[in-house]
Write a protein that binds this ligand. Structure first.
Ligand code: HEC
Length: 106
């Protein structure tokens, strides 16, 4: 009897802990999208268009491949042709947040 009660409590705790874990993961993910959106609006939208649409003259990010995060990170951090490097302005984590925002639009 006691062991089955204990088992029940234990099982409940495991479920509770895994729920907390996935909740904070989802919350963290949406925070990085939010952060990425505001960093994008401030630093990138003048050339790439607001909401990554209708760019004034920069590359159209709507056609950037969603499976090339490394290329995205590299081009943004070190610059590419007419695009200046962002390594002195944004941290790697911030560029990664912009990538999360980019993915959220697809
Ligand atoms: C001064 C204008 C300008 C700003 C500001 C700017 N870009 Fe760019 N970006 C460009 C241009 C121009 C290109 C095209 C480079 C090329 O391929 O010749 C480009 C290309 C890119 C590419 C494609 C690179 C590739 O590998 O093909 C990505 C991704 C990108 N920009 C992301 C960003 C992000 C994120 C920001 C903000 C942190 C940003 N850009 C800010 C002008 C800009």
């Amino acid at each position: 009897m006691i062991t089955s009660v204990l088992k029940y409590i234990l099982a409940f705790q495991v479920v509770a802990i895994s729920m907390i874990g996935s909740f904070s993961f989802a919350q963290e993910a949406s925070l990085s999208v939010k952060n990425g959106a505001s960093l994008y609006a401030k630093n990138c939208s003048t050339c790439h268009g607001s909401g990554m649409k209708n760019p004034q003259w920069g590359f159209n990010l709507e056609i950037f491949p969603i499976d090339q995060k490394m290329r995205f990170m590299d081009s943004v951090i070190y610059g590419k042709n007419a695009m200046p490097p962002w390594e002195d302005v944004l941290s790697i984590e911030e560029v990664s947040n912009i990538w999360s925002y980019f993915l959220s639009l697809r």
